[in-house]
Design a protein around this ligand. Structure first.
Ligand SMILES: [Zn+2]
Length: 384
């Protein structure tokens, strides 16, 4: 559909406004796309990890449409082929996960696994196990309140699957996602004299360097995009690609930007809701990537954070996104545009990936792996 933007008016604008009002991002319903609505759309995009442009196109509309559903407002069931999607599904999945039911990742999609988890819950509380969540199931969930909380079983399963995959990098599949690219989605753009630095180009260069190093270490490496893709890709499309490749890990590369040029430093993001539901393997990868980069480059440590962004939520493997400094910061920019510095970042990420596959008991101090020795270390038998 054509993007709806500031200055537009009509029934579609009125519908979007009513969703934003329901989300407490706007005060008054109306059918005009005014400045207040522009601010609200940007705030919503920011909260969902969608490119912040104030335009309501397909991706933003999909997220708004999903956001309007509150748990209990409609009956949820496993619909084939078009699954029900929404915030209410995610709330239900998180509730079931807390209680120890296996819904898979809380991805907001009411698929077969969620329906089976609901049926198991229904059976255990004495309801007809039809796998759909209507008034009676909601009543049972409310009655249990927050009393029943399990031990993060989904993440224990994820950690166990990762452990069973073994400690060798050889033959593991890793997806490197260079953010943005395609059409006019260049990410952060900073003109400098006759030059123009773009996030899309810099992260692609980093992805290509990383691809070479990881492949040399024996991994199967896939990039989500080429240097100049024909059109922009959504987070969901990137996640689908990684899932279809059966990837063991995904690392997404971005650089940040801010209107205040003093903002600088590196931050890494993993899947998590902020209320205790977090991918433990993803969190470990985020920690390793963040620490290796900070220790090896001296960039400012903006720490790791849990986010529910599409790319992190919809991927079925441990996935992280790292924002490698601020292109708008003169300090970070000077370093990022230097290919030798980019190689340092690549070494740091390579060391983090290697450490993911070291058994915890023989892990090594941050900054200490000499990645030139990687292949040798990998081909020697694992110590007992
Ligand atoms: Zn970006």
């Amino acid at each position: 559909m054509r993007s709806i933007r500031r200055g537009d008016s009509g029934p579609a604008v009125a519908e979007i406004r009513s969703i934003l009002v329901g989300l407490d991002l706007l005060d008054s319903p109306s059918d005009a796309f005014d400045d207040a609505m522009d601010t609200a759309v940007r705030a919503f995009q920011q909260s969902r990890g969608i490119g912040v442009d104030g335009l309501v196109g397909d991706e933003t509309w999909g997220a708004l449409d999903a956001a309007r559903w509150r748990l209990g407002a409609r009956t949820l069931y496993h619909s084939v082929p078009a699954a029900l999607v929404g915030e209410d599904v995610r709330a239900l999945q998180e509730r079931l996960l807390e209680m120890g039911y296996d819904t898979g990742r809380a991805d907001s999609i009411y698929g077969g696994r969620t329906a089976r988890a609901v049926a198991q819950f229904q059976r255990e509380v004495g309801l007809t196990p039809d796998g759909s969540c209507g008034p009676n199931t909601m009543k049972a969930l409310r009655r249990l309140g927050r009393k029943v909380v399990g031990g993060r079983p989904q993440w224990l399963r994820e950690a166990e699957a990762f452990r069973q995959a073994g400690t060798n990098l050889m033959g593991k599949t890793i997806v490197i996602d260079a953010g943005h690219g395609g059409g006019d989605d260049l990410g952060v753009v900073v003109p400098e004299g006759p030059l123009r630095w773009t996030e899309a180009d810099l992260v692609f260069d980093l992805a290509a360097r990383l691809e070479g190093r990881l492949a040399a270490a024996g991994m199967r490496v896939h990039l989500t995009r080429g240097p100049h893709p024909a059109r922009p890709m959504t987070g969901a499309e990137r996640a689908t690609l990684a899932n279809s490749l059966g990837a063991d890990l995904l690392i997404s590369l971005h650089v940040d930007g801010h209107e205040n040029e003093a903002a600088h430093g590196v931050a890494t993001y993993h899947y998590g809701t902020g209320n205790g539901l977090s991918s433990t393997v993803g969190e470990r990868l985020a920690n390793l990537v963040q620490r290796e980069i900070v220790v090896r480059t001296g960039m400012r440590d903006c720490r790791i954070h849990a986010k529910t962004w599409e790319l992190l939520r919809l991927t079925q493997m441990p996935a992280v996104r790292v924002d490698l400094g601020y292109l708008t910061s003169p300090t970070d920019r000077d370093r990022l545009v230097n290919p030798l510095f980019r190689d340092q970042i690549v070494e740091a990420i390579l060391a983090a990936v290697q450490r993911m596959y070291y058994p915890v008991e023989i892990d090594v101090p941050t900054g200490s792996i000499d990645v030139r020795q990687l292949r040798v270390a990998l081909s020697s038998p694992r110590s007992a």
